[in-house]
Write a protein of this length. Structure first.
Length: 440
């Protein structure tokens, strides 16, 4: 068990030059393995006239073709149960998760025993970084069914914490667990952390006084990295909130916030990060917003070489005050959620940022995207927190949105407090009524 603030100091604080040298040797091994064992990669590298030994520096990765969700779906089940992207026989695979299928047919993500153990060691790293220690009691309140975030609880167990496998318990039952066992940490989604805290209060339980939660881990939505959302949840619980970020295609959590809460350290010993232009696929310099592209460096069951994640964000390589040398990603949203109004790219996370920062509204919201005369428009529904007229609230929201994103919503609908349904799981805040697919 580590004695200090880092789980694996020799990896987490490795000087950048050494970290990049490690990435390069791992990348060569990963490409060798993919080329030798995956029918898909052998064919695609051959078609591009590339051999793994063509990689002499990390930037040579740009020569290789992208893959995306569609590649995964097309390769799935072809030739074998695990499909053409896989690079090991089925008998070496011990675990598969599947994606939610939110962008189509669910895709399956296989792990060898070593992949799985390394995945859990990365989870231990994030828990330790978020100050979990062996004397903590932890409720893992994430879905266990098929979902890659389910097994993350093993990372907490390997760290030595007492783990309660909560899963998606009904709220009353979960509140019973919180009261009876007084756990100190919980992992859930931001919207559910908010809903659960409010439900406690309604039932006469003060999360700050009657419960012992001191650390909340969240993932699956943007809120954990939006300062005002984080502060609201922290105030409700009297706890510190840490944002985690995962992809079913890689790990339950590939990146997580440290105590500085400014971006999420990504496990660069496992993942090579690129940022590319959304339309052209050209590589963008670090620090600029684009689509995040990941290459796995150690995964054996199914290497992911230049996987276009559909996540929009940027990476920061400036030194973090926490002393960790791994870059920090900032994820703004999904490419699929972005919409264009009057030639301006609008990200739902920017709308949330504005709404959660205004005292005139409760923080709950919905976004409706629709078309009029072949033009994309959006409407925002909020709740009046009291104190101002609905008209005043509407114009405040409208002005604040224009100041942040550059365009006004077509309409702001203001409802009384409590009118918007509170989410018990991943919040569905966006209603997209567009039928003209070219506009998406
Ligand atoms: Zn840090």
């Amino acid at each position: 068990m580590p004695a200090g603030k880092y789980w694996k100091p020799e990896i987490e604080t490795l000087p950048r030059a050494e970290l990049e040298a490690l990435q390069l040797s791992s990348l060569r091994d990963e490409l060798d393995h993919a080329y030798a064992n995956s029918p898909y990669y052998r064919r695609s590298f051959d078609a591009a006239g590339l051999k793994p030994e063509d990689v002499r520096s990390l930037s040579d990765i740009v020569k290789f073709p992208f893959i995306d969700k569609k590649t995964q779906r097309d390769a799935q089940g072809v030739g074998s149960f695990l499909g053409e992207l896989a690079a090991v026989p089925e008998e070496e695979v011990v675990f598969v998760s599947t994606s939610s299928g939110s962008t189509g047919v669910p895709t399956m993500s296989p792990f060898t025993k070593k992949d799985f153990d390394e995945f859990q060691d990365v989870e231990s790293r994030w828990f330790w970084q978020a100050s979990m220690r062996p004397n903590d009691r932890y409720v893992h309140a994430l879905n266990f069914s098929l979902y890659v975030g389910g097994p993350d609880v093993i990372g907490a167990q390997n760290l030595g914490a007492l783990c309660i496998w909560g899963g998606t318990l009904p709220s009353e039952r979960l509140i019973f667990v919180l009261k009876a066992y007084q756990p100190t940490c919980i992992w859930t989604s931001p919207s559910y952390a908010w809903y659960l805290g409010e439900t406690c209060v309604k039932n006469g339980v003060d999360p700050r006084k009657d419960l012992s939660i001191k650390k909340i881990f969240v993932a699956g939505e943007m809120g954990g990295s939006i300062g005002a959302t984080r502060k609201a949840i922290e105030d409700l619980w009297g706890a510190e909130l840490f944002d985690f970020y995962g992809l079913s295609d890689i790990f339950g959590a590939c990146a997580a916030q440290c105590e500085v809460h400014d971006g999420l350290h990504i496990a660069e010993d496992h993942i090579l990060v690129e940022t590319v232009d959304l339309d052209t696929g050209e590589v963008i310099e670090p620090g600029k917003r684009g689509e995040l592209v990941y290459t796995t460096l150690r995964k054996k069951a199914r290497p992911m070489i230049r996987f276009r994640t559909g996540d929009i964000g940027w990476i920061d390589y400036t030194p973090c005050p926490c002393g960790r040398t791994h870059g920090r990603i900032h994820v703004d949203g999904r490419k699929d959620d972005m919409f264009i109004v009057s030639a301006v790219n609008v990200y739902p996370s920017d709308i949330e940022y504005v709404i959660r920062g205004l005292t005139e509204v409760t923080g709950e919201y919905k976004i409706r995207i629709y078309e009029r005369d072949f033009t994309c428009k959006f409407e925002v529904t909020v709740e009046n927190a009291g104190g101002k007229s609905d008209d005043e609230v509407a114009s405040r929201v409208s002005d604040a949105l224009r100041a942040r994103i550059g365009v006004k919503p077509a309409k702001v609908v203001v409802l009384p407090d409590g009118s918007i349904e509170r989410s018990t799981h991943k919040a569905k805040r966006i209603v997209d009524e567009r039928t003209h697919t070219a506009a998406k």
